[in-house]
Design a binder for this molecule. Structure first.
Ligand code: ADP
Length: 482
């Protein structure tokens, strides 16, 4: 196979039923670091979405009938192609999304890991054999693909968030219509290009770009779509849940977070500062599992804040294509939100130790920021900031900090640092969230179930649980066996 260049991987058309398809109207795709337009992609609406759904449905029967080994082989080929094109995919990702190129490479590897994992899991979709009280009867349980899946993905991890939906869906025998975020469609289209080369049959993966409201409405109301899997904001998630009620669809929702990051007095402070840097400043704070609120015990508060501020001062901000730690935020609206959170905190008595405002590089850049003397009354602890702002709250007591940590409608990730084993177990169980980092700020892995509770959603991605979201359980009662 010939190696595709960065330019050859950039697709400006949608992928429907194995065809690269355009539209009269298009939407521009911009580089957030420079403001330049990279290209434009089709502006599709209901009609084209319906065609994509029908293509996925038509391809579904043959795809579901392939053997697990066949599906595993195709996914494995796709995985190999993604890995082989890591550099080109990473460049495309940085260009459309802004993250530093080193992080873009990690994202490609992270997304690919789901493809590899679910290639393997395709072969392990096992059922059960259940004996009955009556000798003349026995039950078997078989697992079958749920059917056509609609996947809607966000801009912050445009490659990995799609890979981790496509891979389990395809492994299970489902076909997919995917809608990437309008800011970052190119990473999704490039993955589809590689899937095409890998030999995935026409109609198995369809990518539609365009009007989110029109596409979303069709995906939710069309009875051929049996499942919606969504990663994005809680508000859009709630809308999709409501819109899917009439056709009673299976749903997986990975929504917003407001992760607490707690440093107890018995923590290894150096480790905790490194964890906070990783968790808070990766992707410029634009991850749903980002530490959003840092709680530090009063006895180590000043020390922690000082060390954190020193580290944040050293962060290099710039165009992600260069050797920097922090790229631009996705757009000036994101910058405005970070700025408003800092302003609100300062107005209510907090102090900015470093950063705090729009960066001199331009309207899409925000200065890496640390704020101290933060309280529960401030927006920065109540809402997801989604920017490079670390607000640090002082606490005295374990029970109180757990209460504060849980005082949110969200429940995606939580983190804490402690060297006390009993405390670690106690706090891990008490935190109301789907994932807990204990003495680490980086938790994601394809082998771990990723997902939230409360208004952070439901369903799990990755791990051996992940494929269940794309399977139905069917019970067969075998009678008259005597
Ligand atoms: P953010 O605010 O971080 O952009 P969103 O939840 O708005 O998060 O976006 C996540 C994904 O949801 C994107 O693909 C976006 O296009 C999509 N989206 C936004 N609004 C709708 C909608 N009404 N119906 C379906 N998808 C939508």
């Amino acid at each position: 196979m010939t190696h595709l260049s960065r330019a050859q991987l950039q697709q400006d058309l949608c992928y429907i039923n194995g065809q690269w398809t355009g539209a009269e109207q298009t939407i521009p795709v911009h580089n957030p670091a420079t403001g330049e337009q990279i290209t434009s992609v089709p502006l599709l609406k209901e009609v084209e979405t319906r065609l994509a759904i029908e293509a996925a449905h038509a391809a579904g029967e043959a795809w579901a009938a392939t053997s697990p080994k066949q599906r595993a082989g195709l996914l494995r080929r796709w995985f190999d192609l993604i890995i082989e094109h890591t550099e080109e995919l990473a460049q495309l990702l940085t260009e459309e999304m802004g993250k530093p190129i080193a992080e873009a490479r990690s994202e490609i590897a992270y997304g690919a890991a789901y493809v590899e994992w679910f290639a393997e899991e395709a072969k392990r979709i096992n059922g059960d054999l259940i004996p009955d009280g009556q000798a003349s009867r026995i039950f078997t349980v078989v697992k079958q693909p749920v059917g056509v899946v609609a996947a809607i993905t966000p801009w912050n991890f445009p490659s990995a968030m799609l890979a981790r939906k496509l891979a389990p869906a395809l492994a299970a025998g489902c076909t997919v219509v995917a809608k990437p975020a309008e800011q970052t469609p190119l990473s999704a289209l490039a993955l589809a290009k590689l899937a095409e080369i890998a030999g995935l049959p026409a109609g198995v993966i369809n990518i539609v770009t365009g009007d989110p409201v029109a596409i979303g409405r069709e995906l939710c109301s069309n009875a051929l779509v049996r499942k919606i899997t969504f990663t994005g904001s809680t508000n859009v998630g709630k809308l999709l849940i409501r819109q899917s009620a009439d056709t009673v669809k299976r749903l997986s929702m990975e929504l917003g977070g407001n992760a607490p990051f707690i440093v107890f007095d018995d923590a290894d402070l150096e480790l905790a500062v490194t964890g906070a840097m990783n968790s808070k400043f990766r992707n410029a704070g634009q991850t749903c599992v980002c530490a959003n609120r840092l709680y530090v015990h009063a006895s180590v508060y000043n020390q922690f804040v000082e060390k954190l501020t020193d580290r944040v001062r050293k962060l290099r901000v710039g165009n992600g294509a260069e050797d920097v730690d922090i790229g631009p935020l996705i757009d000036s609206r994101a910058v405005a939100k970070a700025a408003s959170h800092v302003r609100d905190a300062v107005a209510k008595g907090a102090t900015v130790l470093v950063g705090g405002g729009v960066h001199s590089l331009g309207e899409n850049f925000f200065e890496p920021t640390v704020i101290r003397d933060v309280t529960a009354q401030m927006l920065v602890t109540q809402e997801e900031t989604f920017g490079p702002v670390a607000p640090v709250v002082r606490f005295e007591d374990e029970a109180d900090v757990i209460r504060q940590a849980n005082a949110t409608e969200f429940g995606l990730a939580g983190y804490f640092y402690s060297s006390n084993h009993a405390r670690a177990w106690r706090v891990a169980r008490a935190l109301e969230c789907g994932m807990v980092g204990i003495n680490t700020g980086l938790i994601s892995s394809e082998v771990m179930p990723f997902g939230g509770i409360k208004q952070s959603g439901f369903g799990r991605e990755g791990s051996h649980y992940g494929i269940d979201d794309y399977l139905i359980i069917k019970s067969l009662c075998h009678g008259d066996l005597n």
